[in-house]
Design a protein around this ligand. Sequence first.
Ligand SMILES: [Zn+2]
Length: 277
Amino acid sequence: MRVHALQTGTVRVKTRQREGAGRGPARAINTMRDREWTEPLPILAWAIEHPEGVIVVDTGETARASAPGYFPRWHPYFRLAVRMSVTPEQEIGPALRAVGIEPQDVRWVVLTHLHTDHAGGLAQFPNSEVLVTRTEYETASGFMGKLRGYLPDSWPAGFAPRLLDLPSEPFGPFAESMTLTDAGDVRIVATPGHTNGHVSVVLAEEEGFVFLAGDTSYSEELMIAGVVDGVAPNPDQARETLDRIRRFTQEERVLYLPAHDIRAVGRLAVRQPVGTA
Ligand SMILES: [Zn+2]
């Protein structure tokens, strides 16, 4: 299967978001109070050219996010802790066309979670079936969703994704999963932690697996080290997910591709699995 990396601009966050510090609610406060910013990190989405149709995983960020007024000023995270840089040419529509795919030809859009830098390009897929977990959708909706740092008011009008309740179908170390394709070679696996309803997408190929990880960690190194980020609402659950991913990469040949890893595109280009740097 051909897998394309689609970079929709960059984001800078606090270093304490990439590597969380402290216990309980202090972690989020430490993230926001941190004075140190990361370098610009890519905002990645992915396209899989599958015989059953094109699958897009995450939709990146919209150019509107770099204009004033997009983020609610009252929310401390957006005011203090995140800076997006996305031009209209960097949105997912143009990025897809650059690799020869028309957005209208995309069959499925799987969202690892609903944070704005993963859901920002949704408006470009009116013809696609959008899939997200019920847990994630409910967590992100309404006023509570806004408090939690989601932007439900920015979803396209009439946004009605297919809500997934992942069955208790084990896949390797993962307790819940489902196949997306009839061929059974593309699977959605529960990887909660960064958000409660977070999933990853796993492609089975002859030479091994491709793991489209969303925000389970901000780099391969941090996954191996088991470092939980500074915004996860449930750090213990996030740690357990990182353990499962690490076990999977020890048992199988796995190309691990988080959405904000500066080295992910390079690893995809040479198909470099975990543990072979
Ligand atoms: Zn996120």
